[in-house]
Each structure stands twice: as C-alpha cells, then as structure tokens.
Ligand binder design. Structure first.
Ligand code: SAM
Length: 353
C-alpha cells in the first residue's frame, strides 16, 4: 500500500455511509461554531469573491451548517452581490458523489435559500498546496488533522497508532504528527490572504487520556478475538494500524512558542473540547442497548472501515473480514454500554495582516 495518503484508499466509507453515520463528528463541529462565527464576522475580506475552504470535507453533510452560517454572516457584512466560493477538499478516494448529492438534496444544504454561492471540490491531499497563493479568506477543517500523512508506523499493541503504549511507537507518532502539523501550517499559510483565518477541530488528548480508550479498546479486542480464532495472524494484526495520532495542546502550540508566529500564522485560540456522545443521549432515553451498539459500530465503521479493509493482507477476503470485525465489535459494545467522549482540539489561526 502506498504511504502517500492521496493514493491510499483511506477516505471514509462510501455510498454516503459516512454522511449517514457521523453524528459524533457533527456534535464536535457544533462546538466549534462560536469560534467560526467570530472568524467570519471579523476576517478582513477586501474586494471581490470570498473564498472559503473546507479541508477534509468527506461527503459534506457536516459542513453544511458551518458553511451556511458563514454565507449568511458574510451576506450581512458584504451585501447580496459578492460571489462566495466554497471549496471542499479531500483525498482522491473520497466519495465526492455523495458530497454533490448532499449539496443538491440535504435539507441543510447551504445552497438552499442562498444565491451567488459557488461550490467546488478538490480531490487531493492537503499535504500539498491546493490553492493559488493568497487566495483563501477563511478555512474550516473538522475531524481531519489527526490522520497522519503516512501509514508506516505500526503498533503491535493497538489498532490505532496514537493509542499504542510502546515507547518506540509513541515517539514515531509524535515525530510524524509534529512534522505533519508544520507541513500543514506552511502550506495553508501560502494559500491564505493576509488577515485570513482558519478554524480547525481535530482529535486530541490530555496528558493521560484520549476519550477513545473504551471504544477503540473494544475494536482492538474484537480483532484479537479474530486472531485467536485463526482469522488473522500476529503479523496481520500488526499491520492493521489506523494511521491516526492524537496531539496534546502542547504539541499543537509547539511551532508557535518561539516567536508567537509560525510561517506567518498566529495561534489565536487553542482549547480542548470534551465532545458529548449522541448515541449515549439516545440510549439514556430509550434504554435500547442494541441501538446504542449499532450506533457506535456504524459510526466507527464510517471513518475506519475503508482504511482497515485496505490494511488486511488477504485482499480478496478484506471486506468480509472487516464485516466480521465490526459485527464482533458491535456485540462487544452491547455488553456494557457507556458514553464515548473523545477530546477535540479547537484551533483558530490567523495570517499576519
Ligand atoms: C472523519 S472525516 C471528517 C469529515 C468532515 N469534515 C466532518 O467533520 O464530518 C476525516 C476526513 O479527512 C480526510 N483526510 C484525511 N487525510 C487527508 C489528507 N491528507 N488530505 C485531505 N483529506 C484528508 C479523510 O479522507 C476524511 O474524509
């Protein structure tokens, strides 16, 4: 498998599945809206078309509300005639068909009730420059920047690279995440206009917790069960490492510590949000364990299914083995339901005016 994320098939579960099963991500995005509102109300626009970029949009459903409120806010500031470009970016393997269908049919589509709005999509990794220099006024990125630019780090003790306890894996993930963060910042700085702002939320951790311990511990245990039943060898289990790392707030701050700026970007805001669990809220009302387990199994499959399938050595049986893994995972979640509350970093960056 290629280590270049633009070549590997690690986008979200296709056929609109991610759009239908990403309520947790929607809950996290909602917690970023106050920061976003402040950004689009205060950003320096200057003349001409406004360009808003959504980095790691996936199938677009969770971007509808943030984009819609930004369009409305900018219309209040700039009047009806200024064109607004919305550029959604993701990996080439992303289900862009679902994105364009959502733009046409989702009840929250930002195309409804607006005019002079022009949606575009770019199928290319954001570890490359995606837009011409000084083009972008506003950037948005939700739940994407935890993905590493490479899948070379393999954890023998966990399904998620960033949750390994092995010192060599911990340090390789930290190094990769530090280098990816600097790379992302430099590239976005090139694209941003002076005074532009970027709001990002992504999976993060405290010094001791990620919030994913229960959920991904169960996924790893389900994979281990399959190993015991002869469906995966030890080597295959080592290979199945989701290339995600979780940064601390200190890691995120690091490039800015020396001078307050990095690549002409200033860290205007940095916070840690403890995201609530929409499946748990439903469970508390219904008491329905099966629905709770299905809710988390589908949501987990929506973001991790394709990458897990692509890492299963037996390519022909990959989809079947992945289905078995998620069925066992769901059965495990049924045993002792509990809230899943991940940590999300909330970041606002501004480009030097
Ligand atoms: C969990 S989804 C988040 C989607 C959406 N922003 C949301 O809030 O629901 C993460 C997205 O980031 C994308 N992604 C991961 N690495 C990327 C990269 N290097 N370049 C562009 N997109 C990337 C994935 O393909 C996926 O669609």
């Amino acid at each position: 498998m290629s280590d270049d994320p633009s070549e590997r098939g690690s986008a979200m579960e296709g056929g609109g599945f991610y759009n239908r099963h990403s309520a947790m991500q929607a809950t996290g995005a909602a917690a970023l809206l106050a920061l976003w509102e402040d950004a689009y109300r205060t950003v320096d626009i200057g003349q001409g078309p406004v360009t808003i970029v959504d980095f790691g949009s996936s199938q677009g459903r969770n971007s509808m509300i943030p984009m819609h409120i930004a369009i409305d806010g900018l219309r209040d500031r700039l009047g009806p005639s200024v064109p607004i470009e919305i550029v959604h970016t993701d990996l080439p393997s992303n289900d862009f068909t679902a994105l364009f269908e959502a733009l046409a049919t989702d009840p929250n589509s930002y195309m409804i009730g607006t005019s002079g709005v022009f949606p575009f999509a770019i199928g290319r990794s954001y570890f490359a420059q995606l837009l011409p220099p000084k083009r972008v006024h506003l950037g948005w990125s939700a739940w994407a920047l935890q993905w590493m630019s490479t899948s070379v780090v393999k954890a023998q003790d966990h399904i998620l690279a960033g949750m390994s306890a092995l010192p060599s894996v911990v340090s390789a993930v930290e190094k990769q995440q530090a280098s990816d963060w600097r790379c992302f910042l430099k590239l976005r700085s090139e694209e941003m206009r002076p005074g532009a702002k970027l709001v990002a939320g992504f999976t993060a951790r405290t010094a001791t917790a990620t919030g994913w311990e229960w959920l991904l511990g169960e996924l790893w245990s389900a994979a281990g069960e399959m190993g015991k039943d002869g469906m995966f060898s030890e080597e295959e289990l080592n290979q199945i490492t989701i290339p995600i790392g979780l940064r601390t707030l200190e890691d995120i701050k690091a490039p800015f510590v020396h001078s307050g700026y990095f690549a002409d970007l200033r860290l205007e805001h940095l916070g840690l949000i403890h995201v609530s669990d929409p499946c748990w809220e439903e469970f508390e009302t219904s008491g329905d364990k099966a629905t709770f387990a299905r809710c988390h199994a589908d949501m987990t499959r929506a973001w991790s299914g394709p990458v897990i399938t692509s890492l299963i050595a037996d390519i022909r049986r990959g989809p079947q083995l992945a289905s078995e893994l998620f069925a066992r995972f769901e059965r495990r979640l049924l045993q002792v339901p509990r809230p899943h509350r991940p940590y999300m970093a909330a970041v606002v960056l501004s480009k030097r005016p």
